[in-house]
Design a protein around this ligand. Sequence first.
Ligand SMILES: *Cc1c(COP(=O)(O)O)cnc(C)c1O
Length: 369
Amino acid sequence: MTQYVWGYLPEYEKERDDILDAVDTVFRSGKLVLGPSVAAFEQEFAAYNGVEHCVGVDNGTNAIVLGLRALGVRAGDEVITVSNTAAPTVIAIDQVGAKPVFVDVDRDTYLMKIDQVEAAITDRTRCLLPVHLYGQCVDMAPLKQLAEKHGLPILEDCAQAHGARHHGQIVGSFGKAAAFSFYPTKVLGAYGDGGATITSDSEVDARLRRLRYYGMQDVYHVVSTPGFNSRLDEVQAEILRRKLTRLDEYIARRRLIASRYEEAFAGTDLVTPRLAPGNDHVYYVYVVRHPKRDQIIETLKQHGISLNISYPWPVHTQKGFTHLNYPKGSLPVTEEVADEIFSLPMYASLSDVEQERVVDILHGVLANL
Ligand SMILES: *Cc1c(COP(=O)(O)O)cnc(C)c1O
């Protein structure tokens, strides 16, 4: 039985010489923390995203935490985001003591419904936090208009969208700042944890650098609190530098896999991803929808294919978030789609043979529902 669960091993076998060389390069550099690899990666990743600064941090959650703090979000402030996201988006808001305020998502793209944002703005709103979920960009033009009208900074959650574009512009370059995760499964993944916050504002950049380094400006001199130890590791940074040169290839491979799924399931009642106008999707996850989702997943499991759901429980319905006071029914589209969505295997190293097998079996299952 084949388990179609993402693993980095096929990729490692292909890229092993380069990855081991990256590790050796760092070990021989004489500098294991905040050394030349982090500095180089920061420059290269900023350039890739068309922004001035990149600050490497220890993971994507802290990339958001530090981003919020650097933008001035404090305890008691409100941050507008979505409940259809990875829990860490909301955990990060909670971390700084701010209150997440949710708007619903679009039924077709599963992304933030921009026309609900303005009604959610209060005098305590301090930041807008769109999530480019699954690898597709939120409709940024109207969101930016709102942000400007109300004098609010935008922090983009780009953890699932490295390299995605919206009318030609790359994600992470729209807002005041943007947060990335390099968790191993992500479109650009490290061999362990990693993250980055990017910005073109040098004030924000300076704050981010202090925040990740105990609040210190110069070594041993703390100039602001709270401080954190949230540094990107040298080894991960050097591996990420190597992989960044291949990021466009990974994305091209994901798009090819997506186009094959799209073609294979056209004419069936499986709802494949819909792209909003102007969007170049990077397919971090390939999310499909069907009212008999649970039955489909169960049958595929019997064939040795286990499928993920991103995400089975919207954040506001999870036990740990009951204090947010969003009762069931408060975000109807988010809740409705959560019962029907599931993800087909999607990663750059998925082989043609593996994908064909998934397609064949799922076709059979759909025909016999
Ligand atoms: C993965 C992810 C995060 C958190 O990143 P970590 O590196 O796992 O801390 C945040 N937001 C979204 C949307 C994610 O997918």
